[in-house]
Design a protein around this ligand. Sequence first.
Ligand code: SAM
Length: 241
Amino acid sequence: MAQAKIRLYLDQPLAAGQPLHLSQAQAQYLFAVMRLGLGDKLLVFNGQQGEWLAEVAEAAKRGGVLSPIAQTAPQQDPPDLWLLFAPIKKARTDFIVEKATELGAARIVPVQTDFTNSERIRQDRLQAHAVEAAEQCGGTFVPEVANLVPLSRLLDGWNPARRILWADESRLGVAATLADLAPGPWAVLVGPEGGFSAAERARLAALGFVTPVSLGPRILRADTAACAALTLWQAALGDWR
Ligand code: SAM
């Protein structure tokens, strides 16, 4: 019998004995790729009700049914931290979504800045990356990946109660002092390969809810910067303390 090492995200309510119906892709993954069969166990989660042990109750090529047995871990939501990032090349954008999920971002918002490299994203594909990352890292929460939104429009409607930690490449080498940051909802903002334009810099600098931060004395690639900024925030205010 297979051990319960496989973790699967299912967008369905979880309760003991409540049948979980598999899509064709999920059945293909479990039964053809992972070679699970009737009675085999796996772990499932739906992003809201923790993690559950479930067993295969029906297995077919085009579908199947899982039966939850018992909860194995409670729901654990990340802190209220969003990542705002300017999409870069495809593989690196995928990397950012994957790492932001692992590092504990609650929401991921791709933003179009003046120098954003790509004008389009596949939101569904990025959301699938977030699901996969949550399955791999043992998390019970899947961050929503929003559609691409222009930074200027996002700032127009921004709720100032959510502060923004702005990774500001012009502050190279300035000490990153996060000790004084107030707790509460936050977002981390990281720019594209070309950095922020002069107009964006001026606007961000004038907003009272924006705190610029340095990520050290070297210019980081945008994907590295996203990981570094999330890590700094998590260590100062998040669930790593
Ligand atoms: N082209 C820009 C330049 O030469 O100044 C660098 C842009 S950098 C590749 C991409 C983004 O990562 C920046 O917009 C910023 O948000 C963040 N970043 C990279 N290094 C940083 C640092 N040392 N401090 C703060 N932010 C940084």
